[in-house]
Design a protein. Structure first.
Length: 41
């Protein structure tokens, strides 16, 4: 089974950077943004 989607648990600066690299390499990323401040959404 090939991984196509990755969940990001900590979306801060590092999580966002990791998600960007994953997206650039063809993976879909998802994150739960409920109850996060506008700065970290």
């Amino acid at each position: 089974m090939q991984i196509k989607t990755v969940g990001i648990l900590s979306l801060g600066n590092m999580g966002q950077a990791i998600a960007a690299v994953l997206n650039q390499n063809g993976l879909k990323t998802i994150a739960a943004l409920d109850d996060r401040s506008p700065r970290t959404q």
